[in-house]
Ligand binder design. Structure first.
Ligand code: HEC
Length: 127
């Protein structure tokens, strides 16, 4: 009997730790900022709203402006495609399907405040 209680205790503790250690949102943020390669944020901005990457002269001397597009509402497929194949100056990454899904969910949640009107809710811990 005592053994069972101990085992139950261990299982519970493990469950709680797995949930509390880091939320999916925080994990997504971590991957977005540091996806084992160039940070998505460096080119798409902290929230995915897009960013000026740089300007350079083309062959004819005309100034070309390079932007990382707005990906706040990119679909899972768009993210998967660009991350696995690369897109223009965007490098390709070696992320697992789960990591890609986590980044997608992160961007969705981060930018859902446009509808809910509050960003602080996002940082609430999952119960
Ligand atoms: C070096 C800059 C750079 C980095 C780093 C980068 N991207 Fe991009 N990304 C771009 C550019 C530029 C495009 C547009 C490419 C084109 O259409 O030619 C793009 C396109 C995309 C698109 C497609 C958008 C659309 O409208 O179809 C998605 C989604 C995307 N990136 C997600 C990511 C994610 C997620 C990461 C991190 C894992 C990342 N990018 C890292 C520059 C970058």
């Amino acid at each position: 009997m005592e053994k069972h209680i101990l085992l139950l205790g261990l299982l519970l503790a493990e469950g709680i730790c797995a949930e509390d250690f880091i939320t999916d949102f925080e994990y997504g943020q971590m991957l977005y900022r540091d996806p084992r390669g160039a940070s998505c944020a460096a080119c798409h901005g902290e929230t995915g709203s897009g960013k000026l990457i740089g300007e350079y002269p083309d062959k004819t001397g005309r100034i070309v402006t390079l932007y990382g597009p707005d990906i706040r509402h990119a679909t899972l497929k768009q993210i998967r495609d660009s991350v696995t194949k690369g897109a223009g100056v965007m490098p390709r990454y070696f992320l697992t399907e789960q990591e890609i899904k986590t980044i997608h969910a992160y961007l969705q949640k981060l930018n859902s405040h446009e509808k809910t009107g509050s960003i602080t809710r996002l940082f609430e811990r999952k119960k």
